[in-house]
Design a protein around this ligand. Structure first.
Ligand SMILES: Cc1cc2nc3c(=O)[nH]c(=O)nc-3n(C[C@H](O)[C@H](O)[C@H](O)COP(=O)(O)OP(=O)(O)OC[C@H]3O[C@@H](n4cnc5c(N)ncnc54)[C@H](O)[C@@H]3O)c2cc1C
Length: 510
């Protein structure tokens, strides 16, 4: 039986931040290729609209009966004799433990599912409200409050303008300056809007065009002259945007290549009444930690996955030194197990949904023999996985990835960002390297296959015998026995009637 579980009690997209944040990828791309997102009211949809879209996908494909909410995945153990995964799940409301078995297991727990709080002394002494952008409480009220926000990544950058008009004050603390790229957040207009709403296939064309435009941005990640040029242009655009929109007094600390900007305003301590930076105390009713995610914990999590021979995923990754997976999804020794949006799958320039869809398409190809009962297991060969990790390391050397504390980096190695383009990932996923995989076959299937082979061999033998007989038959014709017709009278009488349109003059006789 298929089962989709999630620990939340509803469909939740991109944490809980959807009320404030929007996708930084155009909605047309931040959607599945097989189900168009009809929302033309935004080029970049807010999280709540993406959630509505995901609900539509679930309704369209009638997925609700397969979904269990408030169900936390605790562990998975591979049963080698039965070629099955045995899962332990927990109902988060009642605490009840549930055992579920499945042939194929997908881990879709996400990379950005554990909030990371800043390590600042005194955080626990704060007497106001401390919240992380990941879990934005329903009842949070910022009206007329002194708010301190920590961080200046994409979460803080979207939260601040959303809450600013209501607050009494906002003070932002950050470690290093960021680049801000100007994006046009406005509804579709004119012909594009009309085309999206009325022209069949138009959305697909726009999707295709946007995909290629964003793929062109990928070039800017590569460490070469062309990449340098793209980054230079990007930097100039960001700096012009910042200078045009930010008050001049902030320009120095907002300029990323200004080292003092990184250290201008560090929080030294959190005190009960607010935040202390240097000698000054900034009063706060609410502290918002917009400080990102613990990707290491997302891999080395509270759930355990035990593969062949009792080896856990965490043990395997400890041995390798970093969480990693073949083609971002397969781990050797963990048969019929796929990680969606797994290690090294993030493409900073394009849609996570496209990467996830590519992984699903890839897995569907691989599990076909398992689903049809031909095979019991599909696994990646150890040597193929290791060769792939080396390829990843080489790929990583050629790209520029975020700073030393970027969430992409685990144990000093990039295992967040896919070091090639999304087109590259599509190609790898659409055309699997079959020789890297190993399948084990069921005795039933092998018996049938043996029987089929015997039948083929018999048929081929019969065919060969038939051909030989025919050949021999022709060989045995003794042409000497062909009667000599020359002595016969070869004159033929002209027929009395001819088919229509055929005149007697058209026919020659010999
Ligand atoms: C603020 C923010 C903005 C982003 N913006 C973009 C963007 O604009 N474009 C983009 O491409 N990507 C963006 N991302 C990346 C984002 O992570 C992906 O787009 C997408 O949400 C990943 O989907 P997912 O299904 O892999 O994981 P998630 O959406 O994180 O879903 C994980 C699911 O697993 C469940 N879960 C976790 N652990 C368990 C467990 N033990 N048992 C049961 N259920 C569990 C969770 O409840 C959740 O439902 C953003 C991320 C963040 C945090």
């Amino acid at each position: 039986m298929s089962k989709i579980t999630t620990k939340y009690n509803d469909i939740v997209c991109i944490g809980i931040e959807e009320k404030l944040l929007r996708s930084d990828v155009p909605t047309i791309l931040y959607s599945y290729s097989f189900f168009k997102n009809d929302d033309t009211s935004h080029i970049f949809s807010p999280g709540s609209d993406i959630q509505t879209y995901l609900g539509q996908v679930i309704d369209k494909y009638n997925l609700h009966p397969y979904m269990s909410f408030s169900t936390e995945w605790i562990s998975a153990k591979w049963d080698e004799s039965r070629h099955l995964w045995v899962l332990e799940l927990k109902n988060t409301k009642t605490g009840e433990k549930i055992i579920h078995e499945c042939r194929v297991l997908y881990s879709a727990v996400g990379l950005l599912t554990y909030a990371k709080f800043p390590e600042i002394s005194g955080l626990d002494t704060f007497k106001g409200r401390l919240i992380h952008t990941y879990e934005w409480p329903e009842d949070v009220d910022v009206a007329d409050k002194d708010v301190v926000i920590i961080g200046n990544g994409c979460s803080a950058t979207q939260v601040i303008p959303a809450i600013l008009p209501e607050t009494k004050s906002i003070t932002q603390f950050f470690r290093s300056a960021q680049y801000f790229y100007p994006v046009r957040v406005e509804p579709y207009k004119g012909f594009i809007k009309w085309g999206l709403e009325h022209l069949p296939g138009f959305a697909f064309l726009i999707r295709l065009a946007l995909f290629h435009i964003l793929e062109a941005f990928w070039r800017g990640f590569i460490k070469d002259k062309k990449g340098d040029k793209i980054r230079e242009t990007g930097t100039a655009v960001c700096m012009r945007f910042m200078k045009r929109t930010a008050p001049e007094k902030y320009h120095s600390i907002l300029t990323p290549d200004y080292p003092l900007g990184c250290k201008a305003n560090p929080i030294t301590e959190v005190v009960p009444e607010g935040v202390k930076a240097g000698d000054k105390i900034y009063p706060a009713d609410i502290i918002i930690a917009a400080t990102g995610y613990d990707t290491k914990r997302a891999c080395y999590t509270d759930y355990t996955v035990q593969g062949r021979g009792g080896l856990t995923l965490q043990d395997y990754w400890d041995k390798i030194g970093v969480p990693t997976a073949y083609n971002t999804t397969l781990v050797p020794g963990f048969p019929n197990f796929f990680i969606l949006f797994g290690p090294s799958s993030v493409n900073g320039h394009t849609s996570a949904i496209i990467a996830i869809e590519n992984t699903i398409n890839y897995s569907m190809k691989l599990i076909q023999p398992v689903i049809s009962g031909k095979s019991q297991e599909v696994d990646v060969k150890n040597e193929a996985a290791e060769a792939y990790y080396k390829e990843l390391d080489k790929g990583n050397e050629k790209i520029v990835v975020g700073g030393c504390d970027s969430f992409y980096i685990v144990n000093g190695r990039n295992r967040g960002v896919y070091p090639w383009s999304q087109f590259h990932f599509w190609r790898r996923s659409a055309f699997p390297t079959w020789k890297d995989l190993s399948y084990t076959y069921s005795t039933q299937y092998l018996d049938k296959a043996r029987m089929r082979r015997r039948v083929y061999v018999i048929l081929v033998l019969v065919g060969i015998a038939g051909a030989l007989t025919m050949r021999n038959g022709i060989t045995f014709i003794d042409y000497d026995y062909i009667p000599d017709l020359s002595e016969y009278d070869r004159t033929v009488n002209e027929p009395t009637s001819f088919p229509r349109n055929l005149k007697s003059k058209d026919v020659s006789y010999s």
